[in-house]
Each structure stands twice: as C-alpha cells, then as structure tokens.
Design a protein around this ligand. Structure first.
Ligand SMILES: Nc1ncnc2c1ncn2[C@@H]1O[C@H](COP(=O)(O)OP(=O)(O)O)[C@@H](O)[C@H]1O
Ligand SMILES: [Mg+2]
Length: 479
C-alpha cells in the first residue's frame, strides 16, 4: 500500500513530492510531536494511575523477544536510514528501562514510558517513508498505545490513544500541501486509527479484568488469613481446655488426698483446743490458729477444684466497693514485703452489683496480690490506685473497677497470654491467678482488660454489669 506506485498511495497527487532535507524534516516532526506531547503530558500525569507493580514483573525477561523483533525491523528497508536505526535503538533502550522507570517513580514512570514511546514512534514514521503518513511502520504506534493500556485506566488509555492518533494524523498536514486526500485514503487512515483504539481497549479490558481478579484473590487471601487466625484461636482455646481438663483430674485426685488429712488435723486441733481451753490458754489459742488455717486451706482446695470444674456463682446484690475494701485488707494483713501506698477512690452509695462476693474477693485478692508482688519485686514498694465508678459498656450500665500500680508493668510479650493458665514469671508462681480471675469475670458476664502500656506500671479494668442479661437464674437469686 505504501510503495512508490501512485495507485498504491492513498494520499495521491499529480506530482512527486519534493524530497525535503532530512534534518529539516526531523526538526519539523519533532516540534510537532513534542508540542502535542507537552499539552497531553500535564493532563495525563495529573490523572491517577493504578499501581504498575501489580502488572509488570520486576525482571522483565519478555523484553528479550522485544529486542529480537526490533532488530528484525532494523534489517528491513529502509536499511541505510540512520535515523530509523537510531530510533529503533532508542525504543529498545526505553523498553529495557521501562520496569526500572516505573519502579523508581511509580506515579510518573508509566507516563514517561508512554510519552517516550509515542515520541519515538512519531520520529520513526518520519524516517520510514517518502510520505510519512504512508509509512509501513505506522503500527509502531501500537507500542505507546498498548503500554498506556497496561498502566492506565480506560479513560486515560483513550486519551493516550487519541494523542497517538493525533501524532500520526499530523503527518497529513505536510502531505496535503502536495497531495489531496481522496475517500479511500481517508478510509484507510480512519481504519488505522480505529485499530489503535481497538487494540488499546482490548488490552486495557484484559488488564482491568486481571486487576479485578487479582483484587478478588487478594480479598480471598485476606479472608483465608482471618479464618486461619480464628482457627488458630479456636485451637488455642481447645488446647487450653485440654490443659484445664488435665488439671481438673489432677486437682480432683490431690484434693481427695489433701482433704482427708486436713479433716483429721482440723478435728484434732478442735479437740485439743477444747481439752486445754481452761488449763493452757496459749495452746488453746494456737489450736484455734491451726483450725482457722486448715479452714483456709480447705477453702483454697475447693477454689482449686472450682477452677477446674464449671463455676456456679451464687449471685446476690452486693456492694462491690466494700468487697474490694475487704480484699485489700486481707492482702495487706498478710503482706510482708516492701510497704505499698494504696490510694483508694471507693465512693459510697454506688449501685449494688449482682455478684458472688466470695468469688469477687478472690478476683480482687489475686489482682491486688499481683500488684503488691510486682511493685515489691521491682524494689522499694510503690503505689496502688484503686478506683470504683459507674460505667457503661456496649449500652449496659455497670460498675468499673480500675487497679493501677506503679510497678514494672506487664512485659509486652506476655500481654496476650497472661490470662492463660500456667503463665507466670515468678519462680514460685503457678500462673493460675489471672486465668481464675478471667473465668470468674465470665461467670459474672463481666469483662477484664489490660490497660494500654503507658510505662507507668500495670493497669487492669474490671467491668461488672448491673443486670447481666441472659442469666435469669442470677436475677432470680438477687430477688
Ligand atoms: N500487676 C502486675 N504487674 C506486673 N506483672 C503482672 C501483674 N499482674 C500479673 N503480672 C504478670 O502476669 C503473670 C501471671 O499472673 P498470675 O496469673 O496471677 O500468676 P502468678 O501470680 O502465679 O504468676 C505474673 O507472673 C506476672 O508476670
Ligand atoms: Mg498471681
């Protein structure tokens, strides 16, 4: 179609075109192309492009066939047109550095790549035909068009294709100075331009579709990760239950063995106390101590058993602040470590809470004991702040107890685990305290949470709802 024969030319005329000096023609077409590019450039960079990393691999081994095809073009006529060869070499360089450009500047890299290819395509057309508009190399415009389709949204791809079509059509102007454009010539030009758009849209469609698919895969992967996380949590819960079940068996056996001798010790101490009540008051007092300590031990064994077995709290409306006060006294009475200053903010007259006082005292004792131990272990005592106040959680009224100590705080690695059984940092610790606490809070339909690490010691917040829902027996007990 683009041979020298006049009948094959779709821009036809009566005269042969005067051969323009090569340098002059080059400058002219360069000026045309750069003018067009300049105006489009600013508009295109302003439009947001999708992340190109998702589309192009880092190591682009597909560039090798590219080079082979460009070399193929280089050995086709016009063979001795140095500008053509230079432009092909420049196209190869742009292609090879495209991934690098895009990586280096993901926002503007694709724009640079498309603009350079468009510019080089326009220059190539100018050096591959007597009449540039007739050049057989016009499909070179597919390069910028397809590159734009790979990186940009459909609208921006259309704009780039429009620009490529304008750049190509601009060669019509110098040709029309010498020739006229007949109907079939116009048709051929229109067909070529429509193909630019067709290719751009087809490639862009594929790319958009693959982006959509990769997004849905990503979503699926996120869902799978979340499911996996839930599964891991469930497995951890199961492991914890298994450990608790094993512990239950152990405690049941131990309790049986310990309770019998305890019963004998208690009975003997009481008998001894009665026998020497009148003759030896000191011995009677000591027997009383033995008896009360045995009671405490029995209670402990029972608590240990209740930890392993389902709790059955006996809920009744109680004053939480006074329960906390009693627990504090119990810990202080038997505390032999560094002196601890306790700041209490326990207002009177707060609403009563449905609670099992014994279990809740166990909660408070465990937490206060932990705080005392942590501050004492850190050396030099410290301050424990206790605060009780009304609170609202998820629309439910309740009472909140805040305990904040000035100790070393909970190590970050432990924060997730401290409510699990057997997690302890103490050489003589069992690691059951906080898991019992969390179990008791569950029974009260309450919550326990660790305050954020502010570097000022450990802080726990307990929330007790005023009227636990879903537990009619509890409300019945309270009446
Ligand atoms: N107030 C606190 N300050 C610092 N660490 C704490 C505090 N309370 C609990 N911990 C940490 O949580 C761990 C678990 O506590 P707990 O379940 O009561 O078991 P135990 O007291 O037998 O170690 C403790 O060993 C300690 O490391
Ligand atoms: Mg403890």
């Amino acid at each position: 179609m683009c041979t020298e024969g006049a009948s094959d030319h779709w821009v036809v005329g009566t005269e042969s075109p005067p051969p323009a000096p090569v340098g002059k023609r080059y400058c002219k077409c360069y000026a045309q192309a750069s003018k067009l590019l300049k105006s489009a450039f600013a508009a295109m960079t302003a439009l947001k492009s999708p992340s190109p990393k998702a589309i192009r691999p880092d190591i682009n081994w597909l560039d090798l066939p590219w080079l082979v095809f460009l070399a193929g073009l280089a050995i086709l006529p016009p063979l001795w047109e140095v500008h053509k060869q230079l432009v092909l070499a420049a196209l190869a360089a742009v292609q090879l550095s495209e991934s690098w450009m895009v990586r280096r500047d993901p926002k503007r890299g694709p724009t640079y790549a498309v603009a350079l290819k468009l510019l080089l395509a326009t220059v190539l057309i100018d050096h591959t035909g007597e009449l540039s508009i007739n050049s057989s190399y016009y499909p070179i415009y597919y390069l910028p068009v397809i590159t734009a389709a790979l990186y940009f949204s459909p609208l921006v791809t259309l704009l780039w294709t429009l620009l490529a079509s304008a750049a190509y059509s601009s060669y019509l102007l110098p040709a029309l100075e010498e020739y006229s454009l007949d109907a079939s010539g116009f048709t051929i030009l229109a067909i070529r331009i429509f193909f630019f758009f067709l290719v751009a849209m087809v490639v862009n469609r594929v790319v958009v579709e693959s982006r959509r698919q990769s997004r849905s895969y990503q979503l699926l992967a996120e869902q799978l990760t979340e499911t996996n996380r839930q599964l891991e949590r469930a497995q951890a819960e199961t492991r914890r239950s298994e450990r608790l079940a094993a512990l239950g068996q152990l405690t049941a056996g131990l309790a049986h063995e310990i309770r019998n001798p305890l019963g004998i010790i208690k009975g003997s101490a009481e008998m001894l106390g009665q026998k020497v009540a009148n003759t030896n008051p000191l011995a009677a007092e000591l027997a009383g101590y033995i008896s009360s300590e045995v009671n405490r031990l029995s209670a402990l064994v029972s608590r240990f058993l209740t930890f392993a077995r389902p709790l059955q709290p006996e809920l009744a409306l109680q004053d939480l602040a006074s329960s906390l006060d009693r627990s504090l006294k119990a810990v202080q009475d038997q505390w032999h470590g560094e002196p601890v200053l306790v700041q209490r903010d326990l207002p009177a007259g707060l609403p009563l809470v449905l609670m099992d006082a014994t279990l809740c005292e166990q909660v408070f004792v465990n937490l206060i004991q932990n705080a005392f131990e942590a501050m004492s272990d850190a050396g030099g005592g410290g301050t424990l702040r206790l605060r009780v106040a009304t609170a609202n959680s998820n629309g439910r009224d309740g009472i909140e107890v805040t305990m904040q100590d000035s100790g070393p705080g909970i190590p970050p690695a432990l924060r997730e685990q401290i409510f699990n059984p057997f997690v302890t940092t103490k050489s003589a610790g069992v690691g059951l305290g906080l898991s019992i606490v969390s179990q008791i809070m569950d029974e009260h339909h309450g919550t326990i949470r660790l305050l954020d690490d502010t570097g000022a010691g450990a802080g726990f917040v307990l929330y007790f709802p005023l009227a636990p829902d879903g537990d009619p027996s509890a409300e019945a007990n309270a009446l």
